[in-house]
Write a protein that binds this ligand. Sequence first.
Ligand code: PMP
Length: 402
Amino acid sequence: SPFNLETCARPNILALEPYRCARDDYKDDGTKVLLDANENAYGPPISPSAAASLNSSDDGPSIDLLGLHRYPDPHQEPLKQLLCDLRTTHAHTTKLLTPANLFVGVGSDEAIDALLRCFCIPGRDRILVCPPTYGMYSVSAQANDVGLLKIPLLPAPDFAIDVPAILAALSAPDATTIKIIYLCSPGNPTGSLLAKSDVAQILAHPTWNGLVVVDEAYVDYAPDEASLAEWVTEHPNLVVMQTLSKAFGLAGIRLGAAFTSPPIARLLNALKAPYNISSPTSALASYALSAEGLARMRESRAKLVSQRERVLREMPSIAGVGRLRGGTDSNFLLFEMLNGKGEPDNGVALRVYERLAENRGVVVRFRGKEHGCNGCLRITVGTEDEVTKFLEALERTLAEVR
Ligand code: PMP
C-alpha cells in the first residue's frame, strides 16, 4: 500500500504528547486513596432513591451512581474488547481485531471530526464525499477549514459509488491534497450497502496516500457478513465506523467506534479529550454488547424489520408515492414523491414534508435535489403505531398537495 502515516498525518498530531493522568502510572484497583484528580469525594447531589434503584436493578445494566464523582476510564479497554468480539467473524481474515484497533468516541460524529483534525491541514487539504450522503462529513470539513470534493453516487440501479471517477480523482496531479474519502454503507439516505469489490478497488489505488473511511452506522440492520471491520487488519489506511445510536437504540448515550490500524488508532486516541466516554455511557454500552443485551437488540431489530416490510408493502398502494429509491439494508426507506403527471417532483416532496409536520405532527426527512436526490422523503421506520399514523397522514397529505 502507498499509505504512509508519517507523510499523510499532520506533523503537529504526529508529534503530539497525549495527556496523562496519575492513574496511567498507578492503576485504580479499588484499594488506593485517590487524591490525584481534584474530584469531590463527598459525591454528587443525586437523589438517594434514584441511586438505590439504579444500583440494585437486576433486570438490566446497573450504573454506579455513587461512583460518578470519579473521572471515567480514559482507555475503555473492556468496552473496546466487547466491540471487537461483536465484529470478529473469522470469515475475512485470520488476524484478530483487538482494542489496539479501536477509537471510541462521543458518537461516530466524534470520529468523523477527529479524523479530519488528525489528517487534514486547514486551508490546504480536502476530503472526498459521495452525495447523497450523511451531512456531517461536510459540516466537519467546513468547521476545520478543509475543502470538499464531491463525486456523486450513481443513481441507477442502486446508488453505487462511481469507482472510475474516484480512481481518476485519486490519480490527478492535485490528489496529494485529498486526505480522506468518506463512504457510507449502508448509505444514508440511500439505504444501500456498497459493493465490497468497489471499496476494494479504491483501497488498491497504486499511488494515493490517504484514508478510506467506511461509515457503517446502519450495518447492524444489514446481513451479518456486511461489515468491513475485519478488513482493517489487512489495510493500514482503512477506517470502519460504527455506532450504538441505531440498531442498539442508544442514540442518547453517544457511543461511536472507529476500527482501524493500530498506528491510526493511536493518533486518534492521542488527540481526543481524555474522558470522552462517560461512566454511564460505558456501563450502558457494555450491557448492550453483553449476550443479554445482544439478544434484546435482536428482538427489537426483528420488530423493526417487520414494520419495514409493512411500509414497503403498503406505500405503493398510496397514490402519489413513486418507487422506492435505494436499498432496504437500514431502518429507513427512501421514496420518491410524484406529481399529478406521475413524475418525481421536488416541490411535491417538500410540500408533503412541511404539511406532514405542520398539519399532522409527523416529522420525516426531506431529501431533494439540493441533497443529491430528487423529490424524495426518507422515512425512519418506527413502532407499529407510529407507522400506522404515518401511512394515514401521508395518504391524506398527498391528496391535499396535488
Ligand atoms: N453516520 C451516519 C451515516 C448517520 O446517519 C449518523 C446519524 N444520523 C451518524 C453517522 C452519527 O451517528 P452517531 O450518533 O454515532 O454520532
